[in-house]
Design a protein around this ligand. Structure first.
Ligand code: V0D
Length: 244
């Protein structure tokens, strides 16, 4: 059966406000990252129960290598801690893990843990939990352009035949098939910017902003945004979007 027009299949979230959350409690930044990490589990399970197919999460701090060394080291170790703590719950709920971004530049331990989590959950049939980690949209698009240029050089593709679908196919979201483009983007913490997140894939997405800081954004908030999306979308469900 075809998915309902107003079904939210792919939700993307920019998880912002963790540092501010910690500061408000007179705690160091990592305290906010820890609380933010715990909220990833809570929102993942809630999204799974709402029937969302793909949840893409972006902590745009990953891109920000200019942070103090100790903080970057702490952030790079978050996947290790995340999977240590939550893998049993992810398995019990059939959550499938994907990580998109430049994994080659990561510390060896981080890359191993990430690759192992993807392998261990590969057969799971529930929600796809997709982390954008060491990810930048422009970098992703440059990679797609390089893939297409190689196809042209090999004589498999003519420049004038390059279509939107070809670009979409060369992006890291291609593996999500019909769900490759987010239907809705939520950014927490009151900021209203894309910060180099999924520039191509968000072309037709609804954009929504919450003033809540990420550690405070709970199941109830998610439910409100999803319900609102479905309500708004019922009227526009007939408008067809590009499938690239
Ligand atoms: C820090 C809120 C889990 C944002 C969430 C550096 C601030 C907690 C992961 C994670 C972050 C990433 C990949 C993976 C498994 C888990 C994570 C970052 C930040 C980016 F395979 N939490 N988390 N990644 N924070």
């Amino acid at each position: 059966m075809a998915a309902k027009e107003n079904q939210l299949n792919h939700l993307a979230i920019i998880m912002d406000g963790n540092g501010r959350w910690a500061k408000a409690r007179k705690q160091p930044r990592f305290f906010g990252h820890q609380a933010g990490m715990e909220n990833v589990e809570r929102i993942t399970l809630a999204a799974n129960h709402l029937g969302i197919k793909v949840l893409t999460l972006y902590a745009f701090s990953t891109e920000n290598w200019a942070r103090p060394k100790a903080e970057v080291a702490y952030l790079m170790n978050l996947p290790v801690r995340f999977f240590d703590k939550f893998m049993p719950t992810l398995m019990a709920n059939q959550v499938k893990v994907n990580v998109m971004g430049d994994l080659t530049q990561l510390p060896a331990k981080t890359r191993q843990v990430v690759e192992r989590a993807m392998a261990d959950t590969a057969a799971n049939t529930g929600l796809v939990l997709n982390f954008a980690f060491n990810y930048g949209a422009r970098k992703e698009i440059v990679g797609a352009v390089q893939t297409l240029a190689r196809a042209v050089q090999a004589g498999r593709l003519a420049p004038e035949d390059i279509a939107e679908q070809d670009v979409g196919q060369a992006l890291m979201t291609a593996k999500f098939g019909p769900y490759r483009n987010p239907d809705l983007l939520i950014r927490t913490s009151g900021e209203q910017r894309l910060s180099n997140f999924l520039l191509w894939q968000l072309a037709y997405a609804e954009l929504a902003f919450s003033d809540k800081l990420w550690p405070d954004f709970d199941e109830q908030d998610l439910m409100e945004f999803v319900t609102n999306y479905q309500g708004r979308h019922r009227r526009f469900g007939k408008i067809d979007e590009s499938d690239s």
